[in-house]
Unconditional design. Structure first.
Lengths: 301, 325
């Protein structure tokens, strides 16, 4: 006991420890602060265009948006007033045609890619080509449909416009639906098979209902994209100053109206172009928000 | 009445039975339909290439490769060349990639590296996604009446003071490369940001923890660990964004000036393949349409190569991370 008391306590050698708190004068910390503020500035900078576009749409487009604007026919030259009712009808019709063609084909193709035969050669190739097609310049869809439909039938038409939009929607729908169907747990499919379902029954009664929110999200986003497209309609649907009488004649659309009016030297047309842009953006945003709402319900269940 | 399941158990409706012959038939029909739908994508791409090729064939025969190196587009003389358009397409997309790519990667870092509260992060991500949702033609309109007037004084000043520098060699008289490239940058930013953010999210959390554990600051972790690890994913985003920019049509047709001109000046008007198609096609005659089909084929080829390259890099990234897990 006394021996222990006699011994000198052994202390660890003293080392100069660096300060653990952040020191603003140190280069590393300074650099850190600088870069953090940089990235904040860049983030704000990147969102300015969106707010500027929305501001302009509300101020310029909102001023002109009334019942006349969304029902009347486009004005000619120096005419006052007028609107773009026929363009709204035309856009909705052509997006409808495009959806009717591309959604069934896209979902069926996705079934093949995700469930029926995911690793076959045809699935690999068409999955890859669908991805390539999503980056396909939209104007080329217009050129293609011009060559196939407009030259053959001899007239610009809502059909041609719809088909051109369908070419653009198909890969988006397919890839989104495939992704949604892949998420369906294998156990659910196995259970259905175990009960003696055929593959068709498994798909119709288990896979499709389960994957529905995901598929709908993809489909609605594709519809939103198609509604805003203009390049493929330029020389497939062309434009018309009248309400659509039949599907086999040139048809007006909001985006082409904006394109045509934006270059005109008349104040009235320019105001209408802004109002039409507001309607078009509202349409697209409506679909986008719808897609988000539908997609979110998937996670709540 | 209380529902009694056993009461119905004996009825033949609830007895299990193997699929009937009709069930098998339905199954076969349904599955072959799905097969043909999957096949239809392949056939569609083949048909597009075939159709554009056969429409362009007369022009290919007449103009040959001189079409790609020619610099005049004269309908009356029947002389067609798309070198200025190819230059304009690549140059405007490259400028857009410099700006949009930089911003896109910065935003991916901002969103994934814990700079903001999760709720704000969601709002901000929505803002960036909506940036992609705005139609091209609306950006065109905005560009003409907001962006061009906004950047003109700056462009004027740059030209006056630094006019000797080739980039500022001409005056911005209205439409031109600079506004076109700016709008293009805004349009590809969401693509780059989304794919890069995905690449950052794929990095296992351990990697970051380890770097912090060694005493690195936040930005040392980001710049020296996260960025190099995510680099192939970011590259894929940049290449795919570049592909998007190459094919973008309406905003460019409205903003770039549609002038057959090869110039390095940021303020000179120019033209791109897509906007050449958009502005010339509706009024073109037979011969010119064949030449335009040839131009479309050139555009198809360029975007196809860029997109395939981008997808290949993306595929490589995914495999790399899934393999290591």
């Amino acid at each position: 006991m006394s021996q222990l008391q006699m011994e000198e306590p052994v202390l660890p050698p003293r080392i100069e420890l660096p300060a653990l708190e952040k020191n603003l004068l140190e280069v590393r910390a300074l650099k850190n602060y600088f870069l953090t503020s940089m990235v904040w500035v860049l983030a704000v900078l990147a969102s300015i265009p969106l707010f500027s576009v929305i501001y302009m749409l509300i101020v310029q487009g909102g001023a002109r948006l009334d019942v006349e604007a969304i029902t009347a026919l486009p004005p000619a030259g120096f005419e006052m007033g007028g609107g773009f009712g026929n363009a709204i009808v035309g856009t909705l019709t052509m997006v409808g045609i495009a959806s009717a063609i591309s959604i069934p084909i896209g979902i069926m193709a996705a079934l093949h890619l995700s469930i029926l035969n995911p690793s076959s050669k045809i699935a690999t190739v068409s999955r890859f080509l669908a991805k390539v097609l999503t980056g396909f310049p939209s104007i080329l869809a217009g050129v293609f449909v011009y060559a196939v439909i407009v030259i053959t039938t001899g007239t610009y038409s809502a059909w041609a416009g719809g088909v051109a939009l369908a070419v653009l929607m198909l890969p988006t729908v397919t890839l989104a639906a495939e992704e949604a169907m892949k998420q369906v747990p294998q156990k659910m499919k196995d259970a259905a098979f175990g009960m003696g379902c055929t593959r068709t029954q498994v798909i119709l009664k288990v896979v499709l209902p389960t994957a529905l929110p995901g598929i709908l999200t993809g489909v609605i986003l594709a519809v939103a994209g198609a509604a805003g497209e203009s390049a493929p309609l330029l020389f497939t649907a062309l434009f018309s100053n009248y309400y659509m009488g039949e599907l086999a004649e040139p048809t007006a659309s909001l985006s082409i109206l904006i394109y045509n009016f934006s270059g005109m030297p008349f104040e009235n047309q320019l105001e209408l172009a802004w109002a039409a842009s507001l309607v078009l953006v509202l349409l697209v945003l409506f679909f986008n928000i719808l897609a988000r709402v539908v997609g979110r319900s998937k996670f709540k269940e | 009445m209380v529902y009694n399941p056993f009461k119905e158990a004996s009825s033949d409706k609830t007895l299990s039975a193997p699929p009937s012959a009709t069930d098998y038939l339905k199954d076969t029909v349904f599955r072959s339909f799905a097969y043909f739908c999957a096949l239809s994508i392949v056939l569609l791409v083949a048909y597009i290439v075939f159709e554009l090729g056969s429409q362009a064939l007369p022009a290919i025969k007449t103009h040959g490769l001189g079409f790609i190196t020619g610099t005049t587009w004269d309908t009356n003389e029947g002389v067609f060349g798309v070198l200025p358009e190819i230059w304009g397409t690549l140059y405007s997309s490259f400028l857009a990639l410099l700006l949009g790519g930089f911003l896109g990667v910065a935003i991916a870092i901002f969103l994934t590296q814990g700079f903001v509260h999760a709720k704000f992060e969601m709002i901000f991500r929505t803002v960036i996604e909506l940036l992609a949702a705005i139609p091209s033609v609306v950006y065109g309109l905005w560009g003409i009446y907001v962006l061009i007037p906004l950047i003109r004084p700056g462009a004027q000043w740059l030209h006056d003071t630094l006019g000797w520098f080739p980039l500022f060699g001409t005056d911005l008289s209205g439409p031109g490369l600079a506004p076109a490239a700016l709008v293009l940058a805004i349009m590809i930013l969401p693509t780059v940001a989304a794919i890069s953010a995905d690449a950052f999210r794929r990095i296992p959390y351990k990697v970051k923890e380890a770097a912090y554990g060694m005493g690195a600051t936040k930005w040392e972790v980001i710049l020296k660990v996260m960025l190099p690890t995510a680099s192939s994913g970011i590259l894929a985003g940049l290449v795919l964004g570049f592909g998007r920019a190459l094919g973008e049509t309406m905003a460019l047709a409205m903003l770039i000036g549609n002038v057959n001109n090869i110039s390095v000046s940021l303020f000179a008007p120019a033209n791109t393949l897509a906007s050449l198609l958009a502005s010339t096609f509706p009024e073109a005659g037979q011969i010119e349409i064949q030449a335009l089909m040839y131009a479309a084929l050139v555009l198809l080829l360029i975007t196809f190569i860029v997109n395939v390259a981008g997808l290949a890099v993306q595929q490589y990234t995914m495999r790399k991370f899934e393999g290591k897990k």
